[in-house]
Design a protein around this ligand. Sequence first.
Ligand SMILES: *[C@@H]1O[C@H](CO)[C@@H](O)[C@H](O)[C@H]1NC(C)=O
Ligand SMILES: *[C@@H]1O[C@H](CO)[C@@H](O)[C@H](O)[C@H]1NC(C)=O
Ligand SMILES: *[C@@H]1O[C@H](CO)[C@@H](O)[C@H](O)[C@H]1NC(C)=O
Length: 243
Amino acid sequence: MVNFRVIAALGAAVANQVVLGTPLPLPADEAAPAAAKVKVMPFGASIASGCWRAYLWQKLQDNNIKNIDFVGTQKGGDCAGIDYDRDHEGHPGAQAKEFVDNKSLPGWLNSSGNPDVILVHLGTNDVINKTPTADIIKAFSTLVDQMRAAKSSVKIVFAQILPLADRFGSVAQKGITDLNKAIAVWGPTKSTVISPITIIDTTVGWNVTTDTDDGEHPNAVGSPKFAAKYYPATVAAIKSVST
Ligand SMILES: *[C@@H]1O[C@H](CO)[C@@H](O)[C@H](O)[C@H]1NC(C)=O
Ligand SMILES: *[C@@H]1O[C@H](CO)[C@@H](O)[C@H](O)[C@H]1NC(C)=O
Ligand SMILES: *[C@@H]1O[C@H](CO)[C@@H](O)[C@H](O)[C@H]1NC(C)=O
């Protein structure tokens, strides 16, 4: 007996793939009903909105991790001609504290289908605006609570953030160092078994002169490097999601 419902579903899936211009799935075992895609949201300010997402997407595809959907209400830009899923939740200039004050994240999470994995790089603008470290950490806790309210099992990859060049001044540079130390202490206390927070250190081997053009944002050299820093924890988070 032919299962017409399955055929119709496959037809829709194939039509979808053609519209999106992505390669058709392979036959045989790969044609088994596809698992629901893991929704991955890059979240933060301008650094989160950058071209590293394209390199991360590409690296995931190259390693056959394709059951993913980058999500977010924002759509980011051309990156070295890479064909990638442009959705994200990076808001240039934004501070963690503003996201909390505006209560903007819950609506974005909802609009994005409540992400399974959230990749966070946030806090640079809070530091530049001289927000005390403890207040930034408090905002991070509220944002994590909002992520878990949307999806209790959300996996969070949380960055110790990129350094700033000398032109930002020693107070801002120290603010970044202090925040990164605080993130390393806070992360494990806020992490849970069902909703782990993995801290990644983006500062290792980073050179603000060669990896950025403006002393802050990853450039063409820095973007693939930054993506590589996210890659292992992102893969682990994606693989730990049961869809
Ligand atoms: C927060 O709201 C203010 C006032 O509406 C707006 O200017 C700002 O862009 C918002 N920031 C974020 C991060 O949502
Ligand atoms: C969440 O999104 C759904 C549609 O996807 C909508 O019906 C619902 O009102 C939204 N809830 C909130 C709290 O925004
Ligand atoms: C960064 O790169 C510049 C230019 O190549 C070099 O002079 C500098 O020593 C590097 N800094 C670090 C910390 O590696």
